[in-house]
Design a protein around this ligand. Sequence first.
Ligand code: ADP
Length: 455
Amino acid sequence: MAGNLTLDALKLAAAEGRIDTVLACIVDMQGRLMGKRFHVQHFLTSAHEETHCCNYLLATDLEMYTVAGYAATSWAGGYGDYVMKPDLSTLRLVPWLEGTAMVLCDVQDHHTHADVPHSPRALLKTQVARLDALGLTAMMATELEFFLFARSFDEIRKSGFRDLEPISAYNEDYHILATTKEEHVMRPLRNHLYAAGIPVENTKGEAEAGQEELNIRYADALTCADYHSIAKHAVKEIAWQHGHGVTFLPKWHKDRTGSSAHVHQSLWTKDGKPAFFDASKPHGMSDLMRQYMAGLIKYAPDYTYFLAPYINSYKRFQKGTFAPTRMVWSIDNRTAGFRLCGEDTKGVRVECRIGGSDLNPYLALAVQIAAGLRGIEEKLDLAPAMTGDLYEAQKTPQIPRNLRDALSALNASSMLREAFGDKVVDHYLRAGEWEQEEFDRVVTDYEIARGFERA
Ligand code: ADP
């Protein structure tokens, strides 16, 4: 697509004065872009080969705190450097920033130049390689939901995040009138992303006041995760440029619908045939698809942490909100954790609806591929599809109710320990435990208001 750059095209753009800055970015555990802004000439002279960053970037929390308890890095280890190795196939224009290009980097060991196993991109590449060895490619799409606010990030922060007012006054699901009023943000978002080589399909109003959804065309898993990270970053920057705040918190208000990041997935053969499709089978689902889906469902508790990594993530799983509560599958039914889409067509695929808008796409896709692969290896049987209002599907497995439960399931997961190795699982376990520990220390407004006088 226009917007993707080769190194030669970057050289030309630099010579013609069109590009002066290159962002070299890694993706951190939280899914954020972290890195440096290079003068284009330095990037072309040397940084396109490699640059460096402090290894605490894959051991911090959202606050950039130096969290204790990681085996991979610590004060005792001196917080040394990782190599940032630009993946030049991701070099692209950043049309919403003047004179700027961007490249995503792999994170490598300083001495061996091997990928750092707990870096999100490496985790996904490992699972993609397992599929590749079977002659399969995962085609994935993540939907990005978020809320747009009337005031700017700065104003909202200065007001203590109180009295948050979404940009629109009413539920704007599929609403053309309400979303017309948001086009000063959403139109540049679509067009800038497209011009950056990210194949935007559409944006639409979602099921709350001020809630938006951005859809990007499916792609191979690594490309899909790259698109997601860049698009999420762009949403924040472009909203900021227009004086608005935006949030990807899954649940910013108890009475408002939450924001999700549904993951559509299908497996294809190397020659581009949909391996999930078999016209002769019920719903057009191949045996491979049934096994993959059975793995996704069986191991959902093991990997829920990666779809819901914070305390707030679990507030979203509420009845009657379009966010699922049950780990069951159903045909085109939005009350299930797993929804079959494209029934009886070549586009037959499964949509996992568990993930919140705060997920890290590399981790979320990696763990789902690992679960699906295990289903294929175990030749699992898929239970019959369920129907009706699945919030009421008693006696079916529930999504872990909170971060603590999800972390216990992660800790006990032999499937993930075999797919990623103990060190990687323990690294993310520590990240999750830290979120819980920090929250447990805090006295919330809720506790004060409830108990101050009456307790
Ligand atoms: P919804 O019913 O959730 O609105 P859409 O038709 O908007 O579904 O599609 C959602 C996403 O699914 C899009 O990003 C699209 O690119 C993706 N998608 C379509 N076909 C496939 C496929 N075969 N495999 C994976 N993703 C797909």
